[in-house]
Design a protein around this ligand. Structure first.
Ligand SMILES: Cc1cc2nc3c(=O)[nH]c(=O)nc-3n(C[C@H](O)[C@H](O)[C@H](O)COP(=O)(O)OP(=O)(O)OC[C@H]3O[C@@H](n4cnc5c(N)ncnc54)[C@H](O)[C@@H]3O)c2cc1C
Length: 417
């Protein structure tokens, strides 16, 4: 962990969280739990959630008024890294995506009635939620382009559309849906975010999309295709105001990317640990250990340097968001997104190679992460979108105004899970 960004709160919390994970959660990382039905594992994890509450470690991301610890983004990022050392960490502490983003958004922008009905049970871990924006028929990298509509009819919105990659929809109590409410407005003011309880007539999970062999039914990290057919909800389910959908999406992007990046760093750190354990103990039968091979040493050294660099970049960005706001450090946010996604996937791949055949079995966490984290280069703005946006911004400083600036800026709004 990075002492440079340590505070009294992180010095107190991080060792306690780590100790809890090692004692209570790491023993659950069995092949059965990793590949089995999440609903069965959730019964055990819910008991662990009670322990987290008893230890006073619940809701770390919330403000003190909401019963949390009032952590800054930079402090919570460090918590997120520790939690990500195990696939079950964030869920056990109730700060898993997309709930954490929805909690932030609803907490900041929704009416008191919505908070009472949806936010408080979410904070208590009694329900889960999802965020429904991407559509199969439209390029998600340019999200102003969308087919789902919400048409006002008296005191209700009538929603129609088809979404996919609505993560966690299976088992969620409600979805935050992005839909066009003002088709004649300028592109960024056309859409709104509306809460739709998943038991509303016309809300249908068509399927949990099979991802690299995983169906993940009833899993907090499943990805569903969802149709909305004449779904009627009260207009009071609108978050903030009509036409503010993209502003709200932007709002969750800055902190959301810190959460993701620190999660990826925590996962990378655990994979490096696993890699080193194997390198130090695998006897090659010729009087040498695997870790004596120069290529393995290179993998370890490169991984160490990349993780350390990534952590410093992300914590610097988080600290700047805390001080100056997300829009002031937009370039840094783009930098960390593609840099961290790549280094994590490289570290996971090297760790698998170090283990040989064992590396691709579900006896280890590596294959789980290999499957689940490939999407990191796609969601939260595809890496290429961030690279283009960053390069254009740099080149603008050299007097080069690129023709596509406007549409690409729109693309950066791409969804944060
Ligand atoms: C694991 C996972 C979870 C997700 N969870 C959710 C969720 O909960 N809710 C939700 O609404 N959505 C979710 N998404 C969807 C995600 O937001 C979209 O996949 C993303 O915005 C990209 O959109 P797309 O898939 O339509 O790709 P497209 O927009 O079709 O882009 C395809 C590819 O084109 C390239 N590309 C795109 N734009 C540019 C550019 N400007 N310059 C250069 N290259 C470019 C990139 O390589 C990109 O990967 C999730 C996706 C994944 C993988």
């Amino acid at each position: 962990m990075e002492e440079l960004f340590a505070t009294d709160k992180t010095r107190d919390l991080l060792p306690r969280i780590k100790e809890f994970l090692v004692k209570e959660i790491y023993p659950l990382e069995t092949a059965k739990n990793i590949t089995g039905k999440f609903s069965e594992l959730a019964v055990i994890l819910d008991q662990k959630r009670e322990l987290v509450k008893q230890l006073g470690l619940w809701g770390l991301q919330h403000t003190e008024e909401e019963g949390g610890h009032g952590l800054t983004l930079c402090e919570f990022g460090q918590v997120s890294e520790v939690l990500a050392s195990t696939p079950f960490g964030h869920y056990t502490f109730n700060c898993q995506a997309p709930d954490i983003g929805n909690m932030e958004l609803i907490g900041k922008y929704a009416s008191q009635a919505i908070k009472d009905e949806y936010l408080h049970p979410l904070i208590q871990g009694k329900i889960r939620s999802c965020f429904s924006m991407t559509e199969p028929d439209y390029a998600g990298s340019n999200p102003v382009n969308m087919g789902t509509t919400a048409v006002r009819d008296g005191d209700e919105y009538v929603i129609n559309g088809r979404k996919w990659f609505t993560s966690s929809a299976d088992g969620a109590a409600f979805a935050v849906v992005m839909a066009v409410t003002n088709p004649d407005a300028s592109p960024h003011k056309r859409a709104s975010q509306i809460i739709v309880p998943t038991n509303t007539k016309g809300f249908k999970i068509e399927r949990n999309i099979c991802i690299m062999g995983d169906h993940e039914a009833d899993h907090w990290s499943s990805h569903a295709e969802v149709t909305y057919t004449d779904v009627r909800v009260p207009v009071s389910n609108l978050i903030a105001a009509e036409g503010m959908g993209f502003m709200l999406a932007q709002e969750r992007l800055g902190p959301g990317r810190i959460h993701h990046c620190m999660r990826w760093i925590g996962t990378s750190e655990r994979c490096l640990d696993l890699m080193c354990r194997r390198a130090a103990t695998r006897d090659m039968g010729d009087g040498t250990m695997l870790g004596e091979k120069q290529i393995v040493q290179f993998w370890i050294a490169e991984s160490r340097a990349e993780i350390d660099a990534a952590r410093l970049m992300v914590l610097r960005t988080a600290d700047n968001i805390d001080k100056f706001g997300a829009s002031a450090v937009r370039n840094q946010i783009s930098e960390i997104k593609f840099f961290c996604a790549k280094i994590m996937l490289d570290v996971i791949d090297r760790a698998i190679q170090t283990y040989g055949a064992y590396g691709i079995t579900d006896d280890l966490l590596l294959s789980f992460w290999y499957r689940h984290e490939r999407g990191a280069r796609i969601y939260d703005g595809a890496d290429e979108v961030h690279k283009s946006a960053l390069a254009r911004s740099i080149l603008a400083g050299y007097g080069l105004e690129t023709k596509k600036k406007k549409s690409s800026d729109e693309a950066v709004v791409a969804f944060s899970r």
